[in-house]
Design a protein around this ligand. Structure first.
Ligand code: SF4
Length: 688
C-alpha cells in the first residue's frame, strides 16, 4: 500500500565487501533491512550484485554490536561514557608522547572505512601527534602491485575501468580467485567470453571457477609467476612481436631490459614453474593475436617474497606489447577491501601524504604545514609490519587501530598477539569486540557504512558516495566523528560538520583529487582519479603520456630470487584466500544469517591423492602445524587442489585462522607479508 511505501526509506550506498564497488539502493523500515535494489545507473555494476552485497547486511543489527565505549579496569572491560573514554585516550597518548616522543605511537586506518576517515586518521597522526607511523591493510595485500606500477607506469591504481576488461580481446588472470573474490567483475569476463569471444588465460595453483572457464589454465609451482611471465615476454621479443612503435614513442629502458631477460628461456621457465613450454608459447601467441590484452592479478602474486618484482614483470609485459592507454588494455591489480584503494590514496601510509606525495618532499610538506598550521615530521614512519617489530623492540608503546582485526589478519598471529600484550596503551575502534579488542585498553564503538556518509574508492579508482540509511546504533558513532573527538581532546580545533568538508580540504591539498566535490558525486555519479580542477576525471590512464618527467613509461629489469625452501618435515603447501560467502576474518559475514547458514565454518581443501595417502575423507578433522603455530580444521576432499597443495580459506576467526600458520617473511620491497608462502605438516585427529 501507499502508506507502507511511505514508511520505506531508500538510500543509495556502496557495498563494503570488495573492491568492485557495487552501488545500489538499500530499502529500510526503521532498522529493518528490507531489500537491496541495484540500479542500472550504478557505474561499476549496473543491475548486478553478488550474494554478499545482496544478503550481507544483517550484521548491522547484530546483538553483538558494540554500543558503548569500554575501558579495561583490573583486567575486565567495563562500560564507560564517551567523555571518560576520550579523556583517558588523550591523557595516555599525551603522556606516552611526552615520555618517549611522537614515534612511540602508531595508527592503523581501516580500508573498510571512508576516504574522509582515512584522511583524518593520517592528519591525526601527522598534525596532532607528530608522527608518520600510519598505515592500513593495503600493506597486507596490494602494496607490491602498487610498487610494480609506480616503477613502470607511474600511478598505483588500475590503468583502466571494468568496462575495459569487458572489451579486451584477451584477459589474463594471475593469482586471483576472481569469481569468488570479485564476483561482479568476474561476470563481466564471463559475459565477454560468451558475447564477443573474449579469450581467457588463468594462472593459479588451484582450479577455481575462472580456471575451469579458461581457454588455457597454467598451474605454476608456488611463487614462480615471475619466471613464466618473463619467459613469455622474452619469447615475444625474440619472435619480433614486441610493439616497437609504442616502445619507441612511449617507453624508456628497452635495451637494458632485453638484456635482463636473457636467463628466462622457455626451457628454464618450464624447469622452474612446471608449465610446459608449449603452453608458454600459447600464451605468447594469444597476446600477439589479440588487439588488446588486460592482465588482472591479486594476492597469489602479491603475497610472496617477490610480489613487487612479479608485479613489475606483469607491467613490463604489458609495456613490451603496447597494452596500455587504449580501450581494452591495461594492468588491473584487483583491490580486495571496498576502500583499500582509497585508504591508501588519502594518505594513510607511512611515506605518503594524500595523493601519493612523499612526506620527504620539502615542498609538499610545506604545503601541508601551511594548511594545517603545524610543523610536520620529515622522515617516513613505520609500516604495519615494522610496527609489530618495533613493539617487540620496546620502541613502540601505543597504538590506535580502527576496524582492523590485526591480531588475526596480520601474518604470524602468535607473534603479533605477543606484541600487543607488550603495548602500554592500545585503542581499538570497531563494530564488534574482535580478537584484537581483547588486547585493548579502550574499545570504541563505531558505526558501519549504512550508518554514515562519506566516499569509497573502488578498484577502478572510482570515487562514490554513500548516504546514511540508518541512525548509529546505541552510542556508536561514525569513525570520522570519533577521530575528530580524539584530535580535539589532544588540542586540535577541528570543526568538520560533515564528511564533505573533509573531502573539500583533501581536494584543496592533493592535486590528484583537485576537482572532487560532493556535488559532482551526487547520487550515483562518480569520479575516477586523477580529477582535474574542472571536474574532468580519468576512466583510462596513460592515453597520452605516463606521469614521469618526459612522459615515458619505464621498463624495469627485475632479477628472479627463488622462494626459500622449507625444512623437509613441512611437506605440504597451504594456499589461502577467500570464499564467495565470507569477508576476511568473518566478523561481519558470520553475523549475517543467510551467509552464515550457507557456509557456517572454514574448511580445508585436500586433493584426492593426498586424502588417499593419509587415509582421510571429507569431514576428517586435522591439525596443520607450521614453525609458527597450528590450526585445527575439517577436511573437504576436492580435485580443485592437486597433490600436496592445500587450500584454507582465510575466513575464520577461531581455531582455523590461517595466520597461526603464516610466517613473518615479507615482500622484499614493500613488507607485505608472504601469506602464500606457507609450508606445514599434517596430523590426523579424526580420519572421517
Ligand atoms: Fe559487493 Fe563485491 Fe559482491 Fe559487488 S561484487 S556486491 S562490491 S562483494
Amino acid at each position: 500500500s501507499k502508506i507502507r511505501e511511505r514508511q520505506i526509506k531508500k538510500t543509495k550506498t556502496v557495498c563494503t565487501y570488495c573492491g568492485v564497488g557495487c552501488s545500489f539502493e538499500i530499502w529500510t523500515k526503521g532498522r529493518e533491512i528490507l531489500k537491496v535494489e541495484p540500479k542500472p545507473e550504478a557505474p561499476a555494476n549496473g543491475i548486478s550484485t553478488c550474494v554478499k552485497g545482496k544478503f550481507g547486511w544483517d550484521y548491522v543489527n547484530s546483538p553483538d554490536r558494540l554500543t558503548r565505549p569500554l575501558i579495561r579496569k583490573n583486567n575486565r572491560f567495563v562500560e564507560a561514557t564517551w567523555d571518560e573514554a576520550l579523556d583517558l585516550i588523550a591523557e595516555r597518548f599525551s603522556d606516552i608522547r611526552a615520555r618517549y616522543g611522537p614515534d612511540a605511537l602508531a595508527f592503523i586506518a581501516s580500508s573498510k572505512c571512508t576516504n574522509e576517515e582515512a584522511y583524518l586518521m593520517q592528519k591525526l597522526a601527522r598534525a596532532v601527534i607528530g608522527t608518520n607511523n600510519v598505515d592500513n591493510c593495503s600493506r597486507y595485500c596490494q602494496s607490491p602491485a602498487t610498487e610494480g606500477l609506480f616503477r613502470t607506469v607511474g600511478y598505483g591504481g588500475d590503468s583502466g575501468s571494468i568496462s575495459d576488461i569487458a572489451q579486451a580481446d584477451l584477459v589474463i588472470i594471475i593469482g586471483s580467485n576472481t569469481a569468488e573474490s570479485h564476483p561482479v567483475l568476474a561476470t563481466r569476463v564471463k559475459r565477454a567470453q560468451k558475447l564477443h569471444g573474449q579469450k581467457l588465460i588463468v594462472a593459479d595453483l588451484r582450479k577455481h571457477e575462472m580456471a575451469e572457464r579458461a581457454d588455457l589454465f597454467l598451474r605454476p609451482e608456488p611463487g614462480t609467476d615471475h619466471v613464466w611471465l618473463s619467459a613469455v615476454t622474452k619469447y615475444i621479443i625474440d619472435r619480433g612481436w614486441a610493439d616497437r612503435a609504442f616502445i619507441e614513442a612511449r617507453v624508456e629502458g628497452f635495451d637494458e631490459y632485453v638484456r635482463s631477460l636473457e636467463p628466462f628461456t622457455l626451457a628454464y621457465a618450464e624447469k622452474v614453474t612446471g608449465i610446459p613450454q608449449a603452453d608458454l608459447i600459447r600464451v605468447a601467441e594469444s597476446i600477439h593475436a589479440a588487439r588488446s590484452t588486460c592482465i588482472l592479478w591479486a594476492m597469489g602474486v602479491t603475497q610472496q617474497c617477490g610480489g613487487s618484482d612479479t608485479s613489475t614483470a606483469i607491467s613490463n609485459l604489458l609495456l613490451v606489447t603496447g597494452n596500455y592507454g587504449r580501450p581494452g588494455t591495461g594492468a588491473y591489480p584487483l583491490r580486495g577491501h571496498n576502500n583499500v584503494q582509497g585508504t591508501s590514496d588519502f594518505g594513510a601510509m607511512p611515506m605518503y601524504f594524500p595523493g601519493y606525495e612523499k612526506v620527504t618532499d620539502d615542498e609538499v610538506r610545506q604545503r601541508y604545514e601551511a594548511a594545517w598550521g603545524v610543523k610536520l615530521p620529515a622522515h617516513p614512519g613505520l609500516d604495519n609490519h615494522q610496527m609489530v617489530d618495533a613493539i617487540h623492540a620496546g620502541k613502540l608503546k601505543a597504538m590506535y587501530i580502527i576496524g582492523e582485526d590485526m591480531s588475526l589478519v596480520d601474518a604470524n598471529a602468535n607473534y603479533v598477539q605477543a606484541a600487543f600484550e607488550k603495548l602500554e596503551f592500545m585503542v581499538v575502534q570497531d563494530l564488534f569486540f574482535s580478537k584484537t579488542a581483547q588486547f585493548a585498553d579502550v574499545v570504541l564503538p563505531a558505526s558501519p557504512s549504512l550508518e554514515k556518509e562519506g566516499t569509497f574508492t573502488n578498484t577502478e579508482r572510482r570515487i562514490q558516495r554513500l548516504y546514511r540509511a540508518l541512525e548509529p546504533l546505541g552510542e556508536s558513532k561514525p569513525d570520522w566523528e570519533i577521530i575528530m573527538a580524539i584530535a580535539n581532546r589532544l588540542g586540535a580545533e577541528w570543526t568538520y560538520r560533515h564528511p564533505s568538508e573533509i573531502m573539500a580540504e583533501a581536494a584543496s591539498l592533493a592535486p590528484l583529487f583537485a576537482g572532487v566535490t560532493y556535488e559532482r558525486l551526487e547520487g550515483f555519479r562518480s569520479l575516477q582519479w586523477p580529477v582535474a580542477p574542472d571536474g574532468t576525471d580519468s576512466p583510462r590512464l596513460y592515453e597520452k603520456e605516463f606521469p614521469f618527467p618526459g612522459g615515458k613509461a619505464r621498463l624495469v629489469p627485475v632479477a628472479w630470487i627463488p622462494p626459500e625452501p622449507a625444512e623437509p618435515v613441512y611437506d605440504l603447501h597451504v594456499n589461502n584466500g577467500r570464499l564467495l560467502e565470507h569477508f576476511h576474518e568473518g566478523n561481519m559475514t558470520y553475523r549475517s544469517s543467510g551467509l552464515a547458514h550457507k557456509v557456517p565454518e572454514a574448511f580445508l581443501e585436500v586433493s584426492p591423492e593426498l586424502a588417499k595417502e593419509r587415509g582421510i575423507e571429507t569431514g576428517a578433522l586435522v591439525r596443520l602445524i607450521s614453525p609458527y603455530g597450528s590450526v585445527k580444521v575439517r577436511v573437504l576432499v576436492t580435485d580443485r587442489v592437486r597433490g600436496r597443495e592445500l587450500y584454507l580459506p582465510m575466513n575464520d576467526a577461531g581455531e582455523a585462522a590461517i595466520n597461526y600458520l603464516t610466517s613473518s617473511k615479507t615482500d622484499r620491497v614493500t613488507n607485505t607479508p608472504a601469506y602464500k608462502d606457507v609450508k606445514v605438516r599434517m596430523e590426523v585427529i579424526e580420519p572421517r
